[in-house]
Design a protein around this ligand. Sequence first.
Ligand SMILES: [Mg+2]
Length: 239
Amino acid sequence: MIRLVSLDLWETLIKDEGEGERGRDELRADFIIKTLGLQSSYKDQIMAFFDELVEAFKHPSIENEWSVLPETQIDHLLQRIGVNAKKEDFKKILSYYTECILDYPPVFAEKEVPEVLENLKKKYKVALISNTGRTPGRILLKLLENMRIAKYFDFFAFSDELLLRKPDPAIFGIACSKMDTLPEESVHIGDSYNMDYLGAKAARVNPILYIPYNERPKAEVYIKSLVEIEDKIKEAYEN
Ligand SMILES: [Mg+2]
């Protein structure tokens, strides 16, 4: 019997529209340049750093552990461009860098997200398992409060707080043990085959791949819309 449903955040529950993270990175770069009094020619280097950061997010490894925390991301960036920052400037940059999303928020991946979560909450414990990037868990929580969906979750597993990233099976294990469920009694839904599907599977959690676009499914158990979650759990894992 399934007792816990965990969900990925980015590209599963929320997504960016238009410029999205690229637009926020432009703002972050402008803020850093202004705060440190740098020449505008630094912007290309800063934007190139963000490209490198995205690659690190896509391929979590020991070599890029610096990308787990926003503080160490900024450290790495300043080193890369060969600039020092005073403590107070670093603090200002960190606040802007991490909180920028609240002023330029993403949208629901599907408009039914609140309704889907409300229904799941009636039957299951619900957890969020998210690899965070530039925005740490504590700010994502504020974002989810602003979007009025934080209340549907019993537990938040944010990589910057646990210092574990998907697809590490340990992050799924923590969610299960915090929720007092066995992996076999849990289902995880997410859009990444490597991070979500294979990560959950390695933790013996039942995976469901979310493929909202017309991709060829890489996995056997998949949904095309979040409204299919409950039926898919029954069909694939509750017989
Ligand atoms: Mg995702």
